[in-house]
Design a protein around this ligand. Sequence first.
Ligand SMILES: [Zn+2]
Length: 186
Amino acid sequence: MPGSGAVRSIWPAVPGIMPGEAFGSWFGRIAAGYGLDVLALARAADLGLDLGAHARAWIAAHPPMGSGARMLSALTGIAAEEIERMGADAGPGRATHAYAYCFRCLVLNPWDVAAPYWQRRWLQGGWSGCDEHPAEYDELRPSHLQTHRNMSRLLKLAGQRHAARVRRRRSNCDEMRVVSTVRGHH
Ligand SMILES: [Zn+2]
């Protein structure tokens, strides 16, 4: 229990929180570790998290504060302050029409290649793309979150969308090549 000096993780193998990680991302990675969806995990923990209707906003969910954070701390072994800190710059936390992200930054975690994560800065109003990888901008809809309710499912979807973008780009290039070849003959 919190304050006992011997906080023990009740959930084994809880991943650490990454720098700038969104609470929903961390919670979604825990859920993925158990093959659960975030709604089932939130219900099991009785945390009263607001994940949006039918979990349509789970990636943007705010962390629990106070006693809720202490409860989650006791379950995960992560300090309550560290959990609460994810709420400080977490954006509005409400369902929005689209959740923008940079695919490259999503999948390439410089601290741990095996642990892709969603960044809090993407959830703040006004983020409109990554300076380093502008071509990797993408958006997920609330309906995507509703059907992909943990981080490994979300990452799979993001990967599929990326592959489709690459295919589209390649076929556009081919079309351009055909056009320029045809033009070259005139
Ligand atoms: Zn990026």
